[in-house]
Design a protein. Structure first.
Length: 151
């Protein structure tokens, strides 16, 4: 039970860490790696931005290792929370939003459509400055509302 709670708390915490990393690192001193992600059409298999996958994966792997090799068992569950968030990030960001893999081409789910809208707003700005919506799973509620349709 404690393992699940630690994993879940880590997963939720990763959204805040991702938001801060996206706003202050990726759109700050790490812009060199993130810049190609904001270009309208990128035709390569990998982007320099994919290096951030490793930046988040390495601590997760180390936590798995230290958590299984030492008496600090809880580290394993922190690593698992980071891993679960990474999987969610991949499925939402790379598969659903950017369609790097054509698995979920069409959805009618209001939450997923809201995530797409918020990310589109984020990518309206091609430069380092002026972006908004830095989160991935938790974005402002205005993106989940149905538009007012006048007949």
């Amino acid at each position: 039970m404690f393992g699940f709670a630690i994993t879940f708390a880590t997963f939720i915490t990763m959204e805040a860490i991702t938001w801060c990393t996206h706003k202050y690192v990726m759109h700050g001193f790490g812009w060199y790696l993130h810049e190609d992600h904001h270009q309208p059409k990128y035709n390569g298999i990998f982007e320099k931005n994919d290096a951030f996958f490793l930046i988040f994966a390495i601590p997760s792997m180390l936590l798995f290792w230290f958590g299984s090799e030492t008496s600090h068992w809880y580290l394993l569950f922190i690593g698992l929370g980071i891993l679960c968030y990474g999987i969610a990030y991949f499925l939402i960001h790379d598969v659903l939003i950017h369609q790097r893999f054509k698995w979920f081409k069409k959805t009618k789910n209001r939450y997923l459509i809201g995530l797409r809208k918020a990310h589109k707003v984020h990518h309206k700005t091609l430069g380092k400055e002026g972006s908004e919506c830095f989160g991935m799973l938790f974005v402002p509620f205005k993106y989940f509302q149905k538009p007012n349709v006048k007949s």
